[in-house]
Design a protein around this ligand. Structure first.
Ligand code: SF4
Length: 207
C-alpha cells in the first residue's frame, strides 16, 4: 500500500483512505467553515497533517500519488479548496486520468465565483465526478456555518452545481448531519431539483 507522501517532514500531499488516494494541493480556502478542523486549532485529518508550508508543483503531486493501479479513485480533497489552483488541478487530473484512473473533485463549488467565469467546461473529459459541499439549505444558515470570503457565495455554489452537470458525468451534493439549523431533507430536495445526487455526511469524516 502507498505511504502518505510528506513534504518538509510535516505536510502531507497524498494520503490513502477507503482505498482511494486523496490529494492535498493547497491550504487556501474560499470559506472559513466554523466546523473545519483548521479553524479549530488542528490541521490533522485522521493521522495526516495537512498544513502545507509550500504548495506542491504538478510534478510533486503526481510523484506523490504513486501507482494509480492501487486505488479505486484519485480524490482532490484537502484542508484547502483545490479549485484555488485550477490550472494545477486540471494538469494533475489530465496526467493521472491518462493512466486510466477515475478522478473525483471535492469542492466548495465556488470556482466560478473566484475565477470570474464559468470554469466547468474545463472539467469535461478530465474529471469523472464532482462532490459539492452544499452545507445548508438556505443562505443565512450557509453564511453562519461557512463564513464565505466573497458575496453571493450560496447562490454561486448552486449555480456551479447546475453548470457542472453539463460537463461531468457524476455530480453529488453534500451536507453535514448535525450542524445547527441545517435541514438535511431540504438539502436533498434542492440537490434533486438541480439534478444532482445527494449524500449526507458526518462531521469530521473525510470522503
Ligand atoms: S471548505 Fe473545507 S477546508 Fe475550507 S474551511 Fe471549509 S471545511 Fe475547511
Amino acid at each position: 500500500m502507498a505511504e502518505p507522501q510528506e513534504r518538509d517532514g510535516l505536510s502531507t500531499i497524498a494520503y490513502t483512505l477507503h482505498g482511494n488516494r486523496y490529494l492535498n494541493i493547497t491550504s487556501r480556502c474560499t470559506l472559513r467553515c466554523g466546523f473545519c478542523p483548521k479553524f479549530n486549532g488542528s490541521w490533522e485529518v485522521r493521522q495526516y497533517e495537512l498544513r502545507l508550508r509550500n504548495e506542491p508543483s504538478v510534478d510533486e503531486i503526481v510523484a506523490a500519488v504513486g501507482s494509480v493501479r492501487e486505488f479505486r479513485e484519485i480524490v482532490f480533497c484537502g484542508l484547502g479548496e483545490p479549485t484555488r489552483r485550477l490550472d494545477v488541478l486540471l494538469e494533475v487530473a489530465r496526467r493521472l486520468r491518462g493512466r486510466g484512473v477515475r478522478i473525483r473533485l471535492n469542492t466548495d463549488g465556488l470556482a466560478n465565483l473566484i475565477h470570474g467565469r464559468d470554469v466547468t467546461p474545463d472539467f469535461a473529459g478530465v474529471i469523472d465526478a464532482v462532490s459539492i459541499s452544499m452545507n445548508a439549505h438556505k443562505e443565512d444558515i450557509y453564511l453562519r456555518h461557512c463564513r464565505p470570503r466573497h458575496e453571493h457565495a450560496f447562490e454561486s455554489m448552486l449555480e456551479f452545481a447546475r453548470c457542472v452537470q453539463k460537463h461531468v458525468p457524476e455530480v453529488m451534493m453534500t451536507a453535514i448531519d448535525g450542524l445547527a439549523g441545517v435541514d438535511i431533507e431540504e438539502c436533498r430536495r434542492i440537490a434533486e431539483e438541480i439534478g444532482a445526487g445527494f449524500r449526507r455526511r458526518m462531521l469530521d469524516v473525510v470522503g
